[in-house]
Write a protein of this length. Sequence first.
Length: 342
Amino acid sequence: MVIQYKCPNCGDDMVFDSESGTLSCGSCGRQDTIENFPDQHITTTFSEDEAKEYHCKNCGAVILTDADTTATTCSFCGAGVVLADRLSGILAPAKVIPFTISKEEARQAFRTWCKKGLLTPKKFMEANRIKGITGMYVPFWLYDLNSKVQVHATGTKVREYTRGDYIYTETKYYDVYRNINLDYHKVPVDASEKMNDKIMDRLEPYNYAELKDFKTPYLAGYIAEKYNYDDKELLPRVKSKVSGFVESYISSTMGGYSSVSYQSKQIDTKKKHSDYVLFPIWMFYYDYNKEEHIFAMNGQTGKIVGKPPLSYAKAAGWFSGIAGSTFITLKIISFIMGGGFW
């Protein structure tokens, strides 16, 4: 089933506007809040093959998608469409963070970001080779977790003191026991097999105060995908993601000891709750030196991640400058200490 949002005033297509947070008509300027948009103005049509082929209500063109797409645009007339049958039942998101950054704002922010690269090639810094910008909602699971931790360890406290002509070292040994209960709220893990996990992790954090109950109008005008992995399949990854925080917290409770050696450490992390959510991300496709470079922007905060090309000439000059400064500093220190110049 294809959903397209028509303006009650003029009948043109409406899309979600990131600036106003409303469903907006580009023709007559009408704006409707998502919560109050009347359902009777949603037009639907069924396709011959709902698995991968849909029909645009505007122009009748066939919309071909892969099995993961839940929202897209018609390649012929540009209308935003939502594939509602892929957003129902267990595939229905619980929450969504809407876009707050428009496409033009994203473009300008990306150009500014490119120009700040100290070791990037000059032509890349001109930021005039943007091949494409795509606004997409990426599927995530948000987990609430609990970790129960039991630790047995031996701690030492060492002190040195002098008596007469002798220096003594005193070492005291302590049995250390910790029983820790940790709760983690809203830990995100992307659920799309197409997206790079490291890039998605680096786009954090998100402001969860802006989470909205999911409604399909938020997707109008953007691309969206459904999850490829459910919350059970991603549980090992989210456990691994919080493991570093668990270890850090354990270490923070061991202050005051000269050394700590662990006899046993039991960490039991379980899921308390999980929500299927959609997060807004701008994807940039940039041509440079006959290669395509991909960057991502958090569509809520504007944070940009990606690996820009490196100017070897700039890098060589930068490292030469550091090496030269170090060499001069060492010579000055050597001269002051009476060693003369090398």
